[in-house]
Design a protein around this ligand. Structure first.
Ligand code: IPM
Ligand code: MN
Length: 353
């Protein structure tokens, strides 16, 4: 009997459905070639649903998602919904409730993709960032005192547990070992100021490093890493960091790999159900025009297959993306400037599988 995977599809808002459509097309081609099946079930989460029904994310849906093999998300965000409602109510809630404690972000410069970094080639920009995805400043700890008075106090605490930090760092060491590129893992923190939180990270990192003699452990402060990602991206192999630092440095990294048109990420629960998404938002101004770049969503699909253990199929998609880019037919990574439509880019990549 052939293998089959159940995938929850969350196309979401704006251009989300357009890029997910192309992702599903390419995933289907890779599944066919490698003799397995993908069964998609659609969920209409997002701003449109919220504006219509007032519902952000029904509790029962979270239980349903636990029965899937993976989740494939387009974009969440609607111009008519106040910032924070959908982000916290859908994206962060799913990460927390499904314990997707790793945010995995490969940063790779593909051929014919323009980087803003002068004199840097594909071989210089090839790293993976492992971001803790359930703790830190995202934990929601804090509150207001005397709100809306001149004496207002707002606190927002960074929660770092030994358990949460350790499982993230352990994942990163295992990842660096499996990746076997430069066998280097850089911890990104701020030990010179955050003498409690970063200290816990550093001690945990040092403890676990003892179990990985083949991996060279390194450390960089987050502000310095922002400089070095620009000046010397070739220094990095795998980088591990906390939730907020990770949020910031992965956007920086997305730009050096050619922008959000290509950058993909995974919200991973290694013991449960993981969710894959393009880094770009819902891009309301391009909605419905068939001009948005679907490559990030397609790359998210590659990560999904990789996590499901369909390594060959994942490689097929990655190679197809490389061939499509090498063909020179895609003129730019930016929406509206590709020289091809969203559909045509999807077709082109699917044709190389
Ligand atoms: C990301 C996004 C989210 C985050 C937002 C939308 C809540 O920026 O996935 O990096 O901050 O984690
Ligand atoms: Mn972000």
């Amino acid at each position: 009997m052939s293998r089959a995977y159940k995938i929850a599809l969350l196309p979401g808002d704006g251009t989300g459905p357009e890029v997910i459509r192309e992702g599903v097309k390419v995933l289907g081609a890779a599944a066919n070639k490698n003799n397995f099946k993908l069964e998609f079930v659609n969920y209409d989460l997002g701003g449109a649903r919220y504006l219509k029904t007032g519902e952000v994310l029904p509790e029962s849906m979270i239980e349903e998602f636990k029965k899937f093999d993976a989740m494939y998300l387009g974009a969440i965000g609607h111009p008519d919904v106040k910032p924070g409602i959908l982000e916290k109510g859908i994206l962060l809630k799913l990460r927390f409730e499904l314990d997707q404690y790793i945010n995995l972000r490969p940063v790779k410069l593909y051929p014919n993709v323009e980087t803003p970094l002068k004199n840097k080639k594909s071989s210089d920009i090839d790293m993976v960032i492992v971001r803790e995805n359930t703790e830190g400043l995202y934990a929601g700890a804090g509150g207001f005192l005397r709100k809306n008075t001149p004496y207002e106090v707002a606190t927002q605490e960074s929660i770092n547990t030994r358990f949460g930090v350790e499982r993230c760092i352990r994942y990163a060491f295992e990842f660096a070992k499996k990746r076997a590129k430069n066998n280097k893992l850089t911890l990104c923190g701020k030990t010179n100021v955050l003498t409690y939180a970063s200290d816990l990270w550093q001690r945990t990192f040092n403890d676990i490093a003892k179990e990985y003699s083949q991996i060279k452990g390194d450390y960089a402060n987050v502000d310095a890493i922002c400089m070095w990602f620009i000046k010397n991206p070739e220094w990095f192999d795998v980088v591990v960091t906390d939730n907020l630092f990770g949020d910031i440095i992965t956007d920086l990294a997305a730009m050096i790999q050619g922008g959000i048109g290509v950058a993909a990420g995974g919200n991973i629960n290694p013991e449960g159900v993981s969710m894959f998404e393009p880094m770009g938002g819902s891009a309301p101004k391009y909605t419905g025009q068939n001009v948005i770049n679907p490559i990030a969503a397609i790359n998210a699909g590659t990560m999904m297959l990789d996590t499901l253990g369909e390594i060959e199929a994942a490689k097929d998609i990655d190679n197809a993306v490389i061939k499509a880019l090498e063909s020179g037919k895609i003129k730019s990574m930016s929406a509206g400037k590709m020289g091809l439509s969203t559909t045509e880019v999807g077709d082109l990549i699917a044709s190389y599988i």
